[in-house]
Design a binder for this molecule. Structure first.
Ligand SMILES: Cc1cc2nc3c(=O)[nH]c(=O)nc-3n(C[C@H](O)[C@H](O)[C@H](O)COP(=O)(O)OP(=O)(O)OC[C@H]3O[C@@H](n4cnc5c(N)ncnc54)[C@H](O)[C@@H]3O)c2cc1C
Length: 497
């Protein structure tokens, strides 16, 4: 008998989503992540829970429809992490005509299965405040709905839920050997310690590294089915006051988002460049930063340059190339490839996918494995993620309640905590009656009580884990504060995981 039913390589959105779904069905799950949870592409996305308006141009109707319908499922599951967002699309006739945009948005609304999100409307940019930050040549726009998410926290909460349902998660662990027989025999290196485990099924969800993992650790012949594209984002001081986002049509026909981010900032992205190299070492190039500044400068009155960038990040998209299509037509949908051999344990490889469709991908993965795990049922469509057990539009009420209970919190502090922890905010704040009860303050509003919670419940081990993946407080921390937090965390004896 194997130690685990399922061993999963990769702690991105797809690996943790499968781990959560499988653990909730009662399977014994092991997940191995070489760095921190969400340290790969899943923390470097545009953070949109969306159908992808642009993919309509590529006729990816099936993907767009499935993704659009997933928006409200995820919004209900994690209303603290995911919020509806209105997108302002200024009309630029030389790029796409208003008629084409109107038809595209009608289709987007029609196939979107909306119950909560409002539909498309037209905007007069001369009278609407969305026109204020834009150059005067833009007179009209469309406005439509999608959702915005904290991508890294979404991954973390899937991992937390998986653990609470019995999954074992090893971060900063590498699978260095995998021998295939009737079961998989895995050798792991977890922070310098050798561990061994057996599993009935192996899932390769290593994102952009799936093929290199298959070749080097699983010793399988190269498949060359993966195409890697790099996408970068920049963050600048806020370019506008309201809470809507912009979708800008760039000169190369791509679209660039400008999204209100972390109260004081604007997130601008993304680029799309072919990528070769090690996906864990990907950084935005100067040329990409110039491209994003240029796209923003074409529309906004406030002009930005590389010197205004306070943070920039890049990620690698992995796209499945079935060999049948031209490179430019390779889609954003996912593919699940099951390798079954008589008398040998199966291998499931996850190609591609989006943050938006991870839950469906996990369900499909378990459906592909139904032969090995009979009598299991999908359950995640109507189940909240940790802290998300409140109504989809209840964030403001929860913030008010939090401020009434912990009167010493400022409005911004209460808002940040509720947005991060939802109903679990009480587990972070406990019985504290004053800020001093929360212990040391490291910078911004980060206290020792919160850091302890992140270390014991959310697998955080380093300052980066806390400042860039469990939160975005890295935007507000100095180098000295970050080093002090790292020292504190190293001295706290670590946490399980
Ligand atoms: C620029 C950009 C913007 C995007 N924007 C959006 C968006 O707005 N909305 C949306 O829905 N989708 C978006 N996507 C797509 C989405 O981000 C990805 O599809 C998704 O994050 C992929 O998740 P993953 O779990 O497959 O991969 P990853 O998140 O990369 O996870 C794979 C994990 O495997 C680990 N790993 C690798 N090798 C090993 C090993 N040998 N042992 C152990 N662990 C290993 C890595 O460290 C990594 O953490 C975007 C993608 C990019 C690049």
């Amino acid at each position: 008998m194997a130690d685990f039913d399922l061993a999963i390589i990769g702690g991105g959105i797809n690996g943790t989503g499968i781990a959560r779904d499988a653990a909730g069905r009662g399977f014994r799950v092991l997940l191995i992540e070489q760095n921190d949870i969400a340290s790969g592409t899943s923390s470097a996305s545009s953070k949109l829970i969306h159908g992808g308006l642009r993919y309509l141009e590529h006729r990816e109707f099936r993907l767009v429809r499935a993704a659009l319908r997933e928006r409200e499922v995820l919004l209900r599951a994690a209303p603290h992490l995911i919020r509806p967002l209105r997108f302002v699309l200024p009309i630029h006739e030389a790029r796409r005509s208003a008629t084409v945009l109107r038809l595209g948005l009608m289709l987007y609304d029609f196939i979107g299965g909306r119950k909560i999100l409002p539909g498309t409307r037209e905007l007069d940019l001369v009278t609407d405040e969305a026109g204020l930050p834009l150059k005067s040549r833009f007179h009209h726009a469309f406005e439509y709905s999608d959702c915005f998410a904290d991508d890294a926290r979404l991954v973390v909460l899937n991992a937390v839920d998986a653990m609470e349902r019995g999954a074992a998660i090893r971060t900063r662990g590498r699978c260095v050997r995998a021998d295939r027989g009737e079961v998989w025999r895995l050798v792991l290196n977890v922070r310098g310690q050798r561990e061994e485990a057996t599993a009935r099924v192996l899932v390769n969800a290593a994102g952009a590294s799936i093929e290199s993992f298959a070749e080097t650790v699983l010793r399988l012949p190269p498949r060359h089915r993966l195409r890697l594209d790099k996408g970068s984002h920049i963050v600048v001081r806020r370019l506008f006051e309201h809470d809507r986002a912009y979708i800008l049509q760039a000169a190369d026909r791509r679209v660039v988002f400008a999204i209100p981010f972390e109260r004081d900032f604007t997130l601008i992205g993304t680029t799309d460049r072919a990528f070769v190299g090690d996906p864990s070492m990907v950084l935005p190039s100067g040329e990409e930063i110039d491209y994003l500044c240029g796209a923003a400068n074409e529309y906004f009155r406030t002009q930005i340059g590389a010197a205004d960038v306070v943070w920039a990040f890049a990620g690698v998209r992995s796209l499945y190339d079935d060999g049948a299509r031209k490179p430019q037509d390779i889609g954003r949908d996912y593919a699940l490839i099951l390798d079954e051999r008589f008398g040998e344990a199966p291998l499931l490889t996850v190609y591609g996918g989006k943050i938006t469709t991870y839950r469906r991908l996990a369900e499909d993965a378990l459906a592909r494995l139904a032969h090995f795990f009979p009598r299991s049922r999908p359950w995640t469509a109507s189940s909240a993620l940790p802290g998300g057990d409140f109504v989809y539009d209840g964030v403001e009420t929860l913030i008010e309640r939090t401020q009434r209970t912990w009167r010493f919190l400022t409005a911004d502090h209460a808002r940040r905590l509720v947005r991060a922890y939802g109903t679990r905010v009480d587990r972070v704040l406990g019985k504290s009656t004053g800020l001093d009860d929360l212990g040391l303050r490291f910078g911004a509003d980060l206290t020792a009580a919160e850091v302890r919670y992140l270390m014991t419940k959310e697998l955080a081990q380093t300052a980066d884990d806390v400042l860039w993946r469990r939160s975005k407080l890295g935007l507000r921390f100095t180098k000295t504060q970050t080093e002090a937090l790292d020292r504190y965390m190293a001295g706290s004896g670590g946490a399980p995981g």
